[in-house]
Ligand binder design. Structure first.
Ligand SMILES: C[S@@+](CC[C@H](N)C(=O)[O-])C[C@H]1O[C@@H](n2cnc3c(N)ncnc32)[C@H](O)[C@@H]1O
Length: 283
């Protein structure tokens, strides 16, 4: 590591510590590389000289901190992202869910909501949506506002439709939206059973006993220790035999979690929670 990189790493670490001390917001367990990339972007976007200058501004100016807070989270997402996952979900998980009298699903780190509406459409097509409550959470208030509105730009439409078909959609994507000028809005019947709210995976507790948790493309931003803590939160928030669905580049099979989850599909990164008795015996 060269001298400048090492100094920047130290500055970035001090900035995260200062944010935690001043505002209680904890990014200290985020993966160093990606958080540093975001920080350096804030430095250049705001015409600052270095991370120390950013730190000074952040801790002396609460409004500046509030303005930059959403920039710590990366909200990239799309409808039916990774279509093969939804196809797998429809073919392999839905038959199990059909045997339950009611369903609770938690989307953790839902960003602007596209993933949540995709799941609602899939469940509607499988006649499961009526008995389902979907909880969709994120730390980014601005992203959650967009998610609640369910309004997206028309330029996303062609990709949505392609993904929907690849995901095994039974109708056409346009059946679930209304187009208004440059935007399209998700149909009210798809929005009905979804509850969006603020929840921080680092600091907040469990609030649900879910049959399925989707936390896709979030853990990739966390370091090993934080991932272990969040996986424990998911374990505590799932029914026995509940499903945990991660992003295609994510995995949780460290020694501390091996006794809690069974990997049931390697390609789609879907895990199933072991019954507690088994985890206790192994642990
Ligand atoms: C790349 S997006 C993933 C969106 C969606 N799950 C997907 O796969 O398309 C990551 C999301 O995780 C959220 N996030 C990051 N840290 C979080 C935390 N501590 N608690 C809850 N959500 C968090 C970010 O705000 C962002 O919206």
């Amino acid at each position: 590591m060269n001298n400048a990189t090492e100094s920047e790493d130290i500055e970035a670490k001090l900035l995260l510590e200062a944010i935690f001390l001043k505002y209680g917001t904890d990014f200290r367990g985020y993966s160093r590389l990606s958080v540093k990339r975001q920080i350096l972007k804030m430095v250049s976007d705001n015409g600052l000289k270095n991370i120390s200058e950013l730190q000074h501004k952040m801790i002396w100016d609460g409004d500046f901190f509030e303005k930059l807070l959403p920039k710590f989270s990366i909200n990239v997402t799309e409808h039916f992202r990774d279509p093969s996952f939804y196809k797998y979900f429809r073919e392999d998980i839905v038959p199990v869910l059909k045997t339950y009298p009611s369903l609770k699903i938690w989307h953790a780190g839902c960003a602007t909501g596209q993933e949540v509406y995709s799941m609602a459409i899939l469940l509607e097509e499988e006649n499961l949506y009526g008995k389902t409550r979907i909880y969709a959470t994120d730390i980014n208030g601005k992203a959650l506002d967009i998610a609640k509105e369910g309004v997206y730009q028309n330029k996303e439409l062609s990709q949505c439709s392609k993904n929907y078909v690849k995901a095994g959609g039974k109708k056409t994507f346009s059946e679930y939206i209304a187009v208004q000028d440059q935007n399209f809005v998700m149909d009210k019947r798809i929005k009905n059973n979804i509850f969006f709210f603020d929840h921080n995976l680092v600091a907040d507790q469990t609030f649900v006993e879910a049959h399925v948790i989707l936390c896709r493309n979030v853990l990739i931003y966390f370091d090993e220790d934080l991932t272990r803590r969040v996986v424990k939160l998911f374990y505590d928030s799932l029914h026995n035999q509940g499903f945990l669905c991660l992003g295609s580049r994510e995995r949780i099979m460290g020694s501390a979690t091996r006794d809690k989850f069974n990997l049931i599909d390697m390609n789609e990164k879907v895990y199933r929670r072991y019954p507690s008795a088994l985890a206790n015996r192994a642990g």
